[in-house]
Design a protein around this ligand. Sequence first.
Ligand SMILES: [Zn+2]
Length: 358
Amino acid sequence: MISFTDYLRLLPKAELHCHFVSVMRPGRLVELAAKNDVLLKSTDVDELLDYDNLVDFLDVFNAAHEVLVSPDDFATVAYEGVLDAVEAGNLRYREYYVNPFNFLSRGISYETLIDSISQGLAQAETDFGVGFRLIPAINRSHSAQSAVELVELVSAHPHEKVVGIGMDDLTPEGLEEPLRFREAYELAGRRGLKRTAHAGETMAASAQNVIDAIETLGCDRVDHGYRIVDDPALLRRALDSGVPFACTPLSTRVLSGWAFDDQHRIARMVRAGLPVSLSTDDAVFFRTDIGLEYTAALPSMGFAASDASQIALTGFDAAWCSPEEKARLLADAAAGIRALDAALDNPALHTPAKEPTK
Ligand SMILES: [Zn+2]
């Protein structure tokens, strides 16, 4: 017999919204900084990851890029990131945002970057059976032209594990502005790349940003997307599109201060019928892991075992791997969920949550 918390932790999981440097162990960050002469504000992990403000956070975030120098550095971080997520939450598949321009500026070529990360992840796939794909990310603090250059770079160097484009950061004004990158997204579509965008996350964002990502940028998936529930008509359009959402509960608590209850926007998205999966976004920086995203968020949002297993399956369903790999992952996940359902100690937790209080 297992508890509901164990059930949530042990659910087979696919993570679709994960920025590569954020899978780095805090101890590895300190060690690589020493090896590669990068100055950190502290070598004490707790102090290092305790931010007073955004500038403080960005200092550490940028340092996490700078400490990665040799191909071995990338491969080691990639490998350990999988091992940790398997232990923390039974990770079975993951897609990673990788920002080439953050490394190109330090003389690390796109091919070296992709090959080094892929090597570590391929070794982890051999050892733990966790599949992966890579998604180069548009840095929104750079220009729209730079986003077009990123798409050109990606399509000039095809790689079997690189399947689409996504985003990170915010515009220099601190905004999302999906339409600023329209040309890059249209080009990606013509080049046969899948598309996802961070939209509807920040205080200044709106449901319209989410619809712009789906209908104008042609996104196959949306990251965050929370503001979509603020507008019933646009929510209807998102539902009709069938586009899945990769949501990150812990980051909403850290960045937006949203409590985990049945009125949380993620809870409302799930109840509205949107295909929602859960991810960590920036695990090391938000001090989370893929198990915690489920165990901390779902019970307090009012979800039962059947809701949680559906969310887990949505992650596999929305993945950008090959149809054969997806079919295998889904079959394995379904078998794992059947075993967990049988082992759950409280049958009441198998049933969907009651209608939430309005
Ligand atoms: Zn993100």
